[in-house]
Design a protein around this ligand. Structure first.
Ligand SMILES: O=P(O)(O)O[C@H]1O[C@H](CO)[C@@H](O)[C@H]1O
Ligand SMILES: O=c1cc[nH]c(=O)[nH]1
Length: 253
């Protein structure tokens, strides 16, 4: 019955697993679902594709939120409505710090809120921070799998391509990576009392002005369609699923 489904994603109003990975690309959601036992598609509306299945005995959901924070919040809210309590974003991002290479994983400690939507939900001074246990779970899972990884602050920015207005520069602030949705997840988590965090795979750098010419980044220009990125995504998916399991077990010190 239609009233038993949430209006945007059309997931059932109740009963989703408490633990979820959220990703931008519906195809990535399907690829992660292939790693799960007994995966089944729950719904597929617009950019929102939702699966459920088992990871080493833990029921999990995997869902895509598309590109851009305003639309992503609709998914985050409906997942929370449907019973998800822990959400990790598993995305791609541009590197912003020397030493972070294509295919590396960046575990987000916090995010800059240039997302274009959360300023309408909470005052801009409010921090977008990852749950400390999510940071540690992702770090521990990455270490155990010997996946090249870093920790740092991520710049969530609504505009992907540069326009005419000069961007405020965070050069010198030591940001690790740039992407488009993480701060919206972290703020939604604060509003809804969720545990949230994220890890992103580096796919280059998207805007020339982000590259510090004195200390060049160790990435190519933005190009997500490379083997080095695909390999990083494959590794990162397992890291994030393992992190969900560590969080479910409460086994993060
Ligand atoms: O790969 P995903 O998860 O979509 O993440 C990044 O890729 C998209 C831009 O190409 C944006 O959604 C950005 O946040
Ligand atoms: O927003 C994004 C996503 C991937 N890579 C980037 O450089 N920026």
């Amino acid at each position: 019955m239609t009233q038993d489904l949430l209006p945007v994603t059309r997931v059932p109003r109740t009963g989703l697993p408490a633990h979820a990975l959220v990703v931008g690309d519906p195809a990535r959601a399907a690829a992660v679902a292939e790693l799960l036992d007994g995966a089944e598609e729950v719904s597929y509306q617009r950019e929102y594709r939702v699966f459920r299945g088992g990871w080493q005995g833990l029921p999990v959901a995997v869902a895509s939120h598309g590109v851009g924070a305003p639309g992503a919040v609709l998914l985050f809210q409906e997942l929370a409505d449907a019973g998800v309590r822990t959400m990790l974003r598993f995305g791609t991002a541009g590197a912003m710090r020397p030493g972070i290479a294509d295919g590396d994983l960046v575990v987000a400690e916090a995010a800059v809120r240039d997302d274009g939507v959360t300023q309408q939900l909470l005052p801009p001074e409010y921090p977008a921070y990852s749950a400390p246990e999510a940071v540690l779970a992702l770090q521990r899972a990455a270490r155990a799998a010997q996946v090249p990884h870093h920790r740092g602050v991520v710049w969530t920015r609504a505009a992907f391509q540069p326009g005419l207005i000069p961007l405020f520069s965070y050069r010198g602030a030591g940001l690790a990576a740039i992407e488009m949705e993480l701060s919206a997840l972290l703020v939604t988590a604060s509003l809804r009392g969720l545990v949230a965090g994220g890890a992103v795979v580096i796919d280059g750098v998207n805007a020339d002005e982000l590259a510090d010419r004195d200390t060049p980044l160790s990435t190519g220009a933005y190009d997500p369609h490379r083997e080095v990125v695909a390999a990083g995504v494959e590794r990162g998916a397992v890291v994030c699923l393992q992190a969900l399991r560590l969080l479910a077990e409460g086994d993060v010190a």
